[in-house]
Write a protein that binds this ligand. Sequence first.
Ligand code: XLS
Ligand code: CA
Ligand code: CA
Length: 437
Amino acid sequence: MAYFPAIPQIAYEGAKSKSSLAFHFYDPDEVILGKPMRDHLRFAMSYWHTMCAEGADMFGVGTLRKNYGQSDPVASALAKADAAFELMQKLRLDFYCFHDRDIAPEAETLAETNARLDTVADRLEELQQATGIRPLWGTANLFGHPRYQNGAASSCSPEVFAFAAAQVKKAIELTVRLGGGGYVFWGGREGYETLLNTNYALEQENIARLFTLARDYARSIGFTGSFYIEPKPREPMKHQYDYDAATAIGFLRKYGLEGDFKLNIEANHATLAGHTFQHELRIAREEGFFGSIDANIGDPLLGWDTDQFPTNVYDSALAMWEVLEAGGFTLGGLNFDAKTRRPSNRFEDLFQAYIAGMDSFALGLRVAVKLRADGRLGEFVQQRYAGYQTGLGAQITGGKATLQSLEAWALAQGEVATTSGRQEYLEAVLNDVMFGG
Ligand code: XLS
Ligand code: CA
Ligand code: CA
């Protein structure tokens, strides 16, 4: 059965196309730098936004029903799975990302919930076999149910910690069964509302304990993929522990988890932390934690996590610059953790939103490739630090200089030369590459 009969298979028609149901810049099979665009970009569908979220906000109910004609929770979950694969095939998405509770809603007991998950996983497995589509990563929703109101691993209650552990165990089993390359921990409610009632040290240790238990169990059942922490500074908790990339990396190193964990960087979370998307990717890459990306965009005028489909090509170009500099994705990819605006209340809008996002990252890849070939940005940075290659600079980086030797050098000088940072010129180079011939 077709759930989206009015939507055709989306094809690449090129930049001159005016069709709203065609790719203008994303040609999955076009080979760029030796590999097809689809392998550079590794686009994924977010199951929660795309298949579940209906546009409800705190002022109103949803605007687009997504139960696919079913009222029974399991029948509707199975219909959702079928619809998901139709959507992914039509959009030529090779991957999806899911929370346990996206693919099957929670029942009265954990045992019943797990049985539901198995039923839906059977269907997902069949659909995967028929299409070749598979999970980029799986995760557990440890924030939606009221039991997690004080956090999951960081809860004040060991009973809640145990429940979270059970949920993570099952979500890892599902991820392994479905061949997912990654497992994500987003610290949904791992944070605090007030320090007046919080034991910060114990909460940190308990989060590390859950990660360690998860890592050890996953490895014991044959998971060879990557774990990812997804940093976010606020929302839903006032203060979230995995504030940004640097904070998460410090945590992973402190608890000896750096061998198994990398980062899943989300654009909107970067901006909420007061950073650019590129900043978070640069930190992850240079520190050896580049893993995967949640592709979306926030609204600079709003202070919350709007999860919009990404359409800003400056952002996607600089993000793809970082991806190329990292050597490309291995197990990670670009997950559209994005939803249509509430008044975009048709399925057609959802398809057009994905097309817009995919085309924006395809453009980003094309610009990043041109920027590298152009060479001016890379050369400028190299030149800017060239002083560290020889003489005084080489003594400093080679560990040969001491405070005494540097003082002796400085005392012998008049004044030192400074060079221009040339930011405006470099911004113009970016425009040249983007819009020049
Ligand atoms: C919420 C997060 C979440 C994670 C997965 O802000 O982005 O959706 O990606 O739990
Ligand atoms: Ca996310
Ligand atoms: Ca988000």
